[in-house]
Design a protein around this ligand. Structure first.
Ligand code: P1T
Length: 390
């Protein structure tokens, strides 16, 4: 009774998949929307026989529809959903053992760094944190016991780009798996599996849901072997999302293409505005020709998102900027329809040691913007008046 959408995924383009992939009308009522199967268990007609569903940690139809949908958007075969992006990262790392080595981009989200450096390192896994925007650094960090290369591209918040195809080649030569955190790009702008990655990771909290009303994570792979092992861990460790959060994310993906077009357009306009502003020392946005990896970004991304970071020179100026915006809201997170602003050093990356933050260019004067889908002239006017006070 499980849905099979492999033919569907092969036959349709992104916008059609966003609206339909993984979903069929409810067989009982014809309801066009996937119901929220808000249940913990399923009645079995007789001992030893069930309808494909026994217990909701293991199977939930709403969650499965979301898994199929995001897998299709990433061009993958299997989606495995989690209660948060970090729960997805946690399960991914549990594929390996104490004594195994991971090469991880140093520019990853602060919580990813904390999970690897403070939890999995304590359990005996080994980590090398390198600038994953430089393939030579990845290559030099590989060891005989390297099992995983994990990169985020663009990185949070420095917007540094990793060459996915190049990283895949290095990982595979060393017998390792390449996982790519595609949260910042979204599947609308970038599909790492097509470039050679083995696993794609999302915090579905961000662009996939797009409305800042749930927390979730997702792994996507086309490897049956990785899928089987990850599915075992999903059930064994149990970090699954509830049906209502799964449904909210699934509703979000129906407009992912429309939202991303607006985020991309607003991001580009605002990045150009910020780069030309006299109070901005440097703007970090892969869609700007001044971005040192603009050509690489163009070669593997179809759009550059609504995420921008700006260096303002002093902490005081950064503070005044984030405290004076009126449409942008000062908050953690990103990727929603509403614009957010944040101070990575004190907020999202506070768990990264100061020396490490400074080494990757993340100063106390850095401000991160998540440009929403509001009117771009209103957003620019808001930035303009806040920077005037900075
Ligand atoms: O918050 P959670 O759903 O657990 O996702 C973690 C995560 C993973 N990967 C990337 C690239 C992320 O940005 C995040 C979460 N980031 C924020 C909360 C933030 O404001 O940057």
């Amino acid at each position: 009774m499980r849905h099979d959408d492999s033919a569907e995924a092969a036959a349709h383009r992104f916008a059609t998949l966003a609206v339909h992939a993984g979903q069929t009308p409810d067989p009982t009522t014809g309801a066009i929307m996937m119901p929220v199967y808000q249940t913990s268990t399923y009645v079995q007609p007789e001992l030893g026989r069930h309808l494909g569903y026994e217990y909701a940690r293991t199977h939930n139809p709403t969650r499965e529809a979301l898994e199929r949908n995001v897998a299709a958007l990433e061009g993958g075969t299997h989606g495995i959903a989690f209660a948060s992006g970090l729960a997805a990262t946690d399960t991914l790392a549990k594929l390996w053992d104490a004594g195994d080595h991971v090469v991880c981009g140093e520019g990853v989200y602060g919580g990813t760094f904390r999970l690897f450096a403070k939890v999995f390192a304590r359990l005996g896994m080994e980590f090398s944190f390198v600038d994953s925007g430089d393939l030579d650094e990845i290559r030099a960090a590989m060891r005989p016991n390297t099992r995983l290369v994990h990169v985020e591209t663009p990185t949070n918040p420095m917007m540094r780009i990793s060459d996915i195809a190049g990283a895949a080649e290095i990982a595979h030569e060393g017998g390792a798996v390449l996982s790519v955190d595609n949260t910042f790009a979204s599947p609308y702008n970038q599909n790492p599996l097509a470039l050679g990655a083995d696993v794609v990771l999302h915090s579905t909290t961000k662009y996939i849901n797009g409305h800042s009303d749930m927390v979730g994570g997702m792994l996507v792979t086309s490897s049956d072997d990785l899928h089987e092992r990850l599915r075992f861990l999903q059930n064994a460790a149990g970090g699954v999302p509830g049906p209502w959060d799964s449904w909210l994310a699934l509703r979000g993906t129906k407009t992912l293409h429309l939202r991303m077009q607006a985020h991309n357009a607003n991001g580009q306009r605002i990045a150009e505005y910020l780069e030309a502003h006299p109070k901005v020392v440097k703007a970090f946005y892969p869609g700007l020709p001044s971005h040192p990896q603009h050509e690489l970004a163009k070669s593997q991304m179809r759009g550059f998102t609504g995420m921008i970071s700006v260096e303002l020179g002093t902490m005081e100026r950064a503070r005044a900027f984030v405290n004076n915006v009126r449409i942008f809201a000062l908050a953690e997170s990103l990727g929603g329809v509403e614009s957010l602003i944040g101070h990575p050093a004190l907020m999202t990356h506070a768990s990264v040691p100061a020396e490490r933050r400074i080494a990757m260019g993340l100063s106390d004067a850095l401000v991160r913007l998540s440009c929403g889908v509001e009117d771009v002239d209103d957003l620019i006017a808001d930035i303009d008046q806040a920077l005037a006070k900075a």
